[in-house]
Design a protein. Sequence first.
Length: 485
Amino acid sequence: MNLSKSTWACLLLLLVSLFRAGQLHWLSIAELSSQSTQLDKTLAVPESVSSRQSRYRFQDEENDQTMLDDKNSDIFYFVQISDLHISKFKNQGHTNHFIQFMNSFLPMIKPELVVVTGDLTDAKDSDRIKTQQYPEEWEMYKAIVEQGSGGIPWYDTRGNHDAFNLESWQSEHNLYRAYGKSAELLEAGEGVYSWQVEKPFGKYQFVAMDASPKKGPSRPINFFGYLTSTAMDHLASAIMTPTQYNHTFVFSHYPTTTMVFGLGDILQSYNPWTDSLELELADMKDHGVFRIIAIDNDMISFVDQELPLADIDIGIPTLSKEGQVQWPEKLTVKPTILITNPKDSRYVLGRKEPFYRTRTSTHLRFLVFSKSDPSQLQVHITVDGHNHPFPAEFVGTSNMPLWVSSWEPNDFNDMNSHTIHIEVTDKSTMLIGEASVEFRVDGFRLAIGGGVGEWLIGSHVATLVSLILQILISLLFLYIILERT
Ligand SMILES: *[C@@H]1O[C@H](CO)[C@@H](O)[C@H](O)[C@H]1NC(C)=O
């Protein structure tokens, strides 16, 4: 090929600009990518440390003595809530949503612990324009938690609203520091803290992270965009501790991603590299949603339940002179159902959960949270629309509302997904609770179907797309130049 001088010059220029573009791109993402590599490492570590063991552990089916049967054992559950937005102004019942959750639901659910992932207070004025940390809102939060949690361990972390108008953690306006339940833990861990739940059947780790926006929102790096590198180090060491945990749960606050991206749905995604799930939770403030997460024989399942919003008063609550919460009348609530076996196939963690235990299980297992005595509850189970032939039986205690019903999982082991539906009627109120999950017996994972949300959340995708675009553009240039010669 005989190229003219000017073509050579063009090619050279192209090379130089490509180099420069690459360099600029690298510089712009260097800090972020070092964080996200760290993130990958962090999340991958429990896996790389334990992957062989866990693979063996979970695939050594013959030696696994654990059985999902009718015994009330090897199970516990906790609760997560988020975005309380306690406000001294907003006359829309927001604070009452949280109050009624504490008043009518928490004593009935009796979880192992509660995690609150930020935006404890609203910190906005009556016009919703100016932001400010109000002591009254924080006093309200503290009073509700202290007087309403009934000794259930409580862990909280800040959201972006809790960090409005603060120059630093040390700021006198950082009211979380004075009123937050986990302020000391968060301070000692410089933005990250962890705790463990030890059971006779396993050890479980929980990590909570602060979300004060230090670097400004930047979607592709997800919540780690809000952490300083020191906080990242703490996170890394929290997750990398040598002790083996059966499962690790990480909590942080996203500042209203759905509003920013106009997706209108909740972001949920599965990361195949780390075999982990990222599951955004709707807010307590407007939607009145809380989440119960159960770990049953190391299979994780959860249910998001809405408060009966229409029954909740919309006034602005105040504390008495003595600082007492004025608890409203308790709500009448329908049963909340959480099916733990079989679990929803969209959330299967193939390398971290012993999913084959469903195949060897002898019973369907589900939790029914209700104020009424189990004898008042009437359970109706269908699978794929057909009545389940075996009766449901309460095998729990007052602290573990476990129900079981015998089943034959091999009947459903046909490489297809099936739907189980459970309906519980409370005969004393005639209110009905319902739950259904799509399951597979072979442990195959169904797509979450989070659509754009799931796609966006996969930060690797964004990097890949920009790389492909860059290569395409360069090739196009090259083609144009060669074409002209
Ligand atoms: C938790 O992990 C330990 C150690 O790997 C294992 O022996 C135990 O069976 C696990 N617990 C459950 C409930 O599977």
